[in-house]
Design a protein around this ligand. Structure first.
Ligand SMILES: [Mn+2]
Length: 243
């Protein structure tokens, strides 16, 4: 039986060596040949471009290459931290880049995969910034800058987002945005990350159906969780650091 594995928000960064170790351990021991691994955004705490030659970027490229070469299908979605992941990275690692909302059958149910930041519609400030950052012209301008300049931009952006004035209550997914997406795609299940508030929510659709929304957790230094579809059910698995 081939399983589908869903994770998000690994936030790989030199500042979190334990999470990097946990991640490398997971890639070697988690998904098996024939399985599919879906990373629903923010694999990296920041991605400045596919030409990044920093040790972490190279290490992750190599480990993902090894994963796909042993027959694990790898699918990547952009998060708000790594929206610059591009076709070159996908080619080098054997990954497939997914659109920002991806429709897929999971555990027999019509399901949407997404990072989840687009659901936080009460945060108007963020949504405006998102439109700017995701625009083609902005990304072209950014790519024209040197790696060093982009590293500075990223550090700056990160410092500012850590001091965000937006209240926490505005940074969660809104029920309206969830229902809108589900109805647009005729789906009754959704998997996303981003909010770092792991949960399973129920939403009542206008047609009387009850939809399930699985919110993935961020990766921690000693543990992380993966949701796995074995073809019939979605279940949560906790993975820990190597002994
Ligand atoms: Mn995110």
């Amino acid at each position: 039986v081939n399983n589908k594995h869903f994770i998000s928000d690994v936030h790989l960064s030199d500042a979190r060596p334990d999470t990097i170790a946990l991640w490398q351990h997971y890639l070697r021991t988690g998904p098996q040949t024939g399985d599919q691994l879906y990373i629903l955004g923010d694999l990296f705490d920041v991605w400045i471009g596919d030409d990044d030659d920093a040790p972490l970027a190279c290490q992750v490229r190599t480990s993902l290459q090894q994963l796909t070469r042993r027959g694990v299908a790898l699918y990547l979605q952009h998060g708000n931290r790594d929206f610059m992941l591009g076709r070159r990275f996908a080619r080098q690692t054997g990954a497939t880049l997914l659109p920002e909302v991806h429709y897929l059958t999971v555990a027999g149910q019509p399901t949407l995969l997404l990072h989840g930041d687009q659901l936080c519609t009460n945060d108007h400030h963020y949504q405006a910034a998102r439109r700017r950052l995701r625009s083609r012209w902005f990304q072209c301008l950014l790519r024209l800058r040197t790696l060093h300049a982009r590293r500075c931009v990223a550090a700056n952006y990160r410092a500012r987002s850590h001091n965000s004035p937006t209240p926490l209550s505005q940074m969660d997914a809104t029920a309206n945005a969830v229902l809108e997406q589900l109805q647009r795609y005729h789906a009754n299940q959704m998997i996303h990350g981003h909010t770092h508030r792991p949960a399973v929510h129920q939403h009542h659709l206008p047609n009387g159906q009850v939809a399930q929304r699985y919110v993935l957790d961020e990766w921690h230094t000693t543990h992380a969780s993966v949701w796995i579809d074995d073809g019939h059910h979605l279940h949560r698995q906790i993975i820990g650091s190597p002994p």
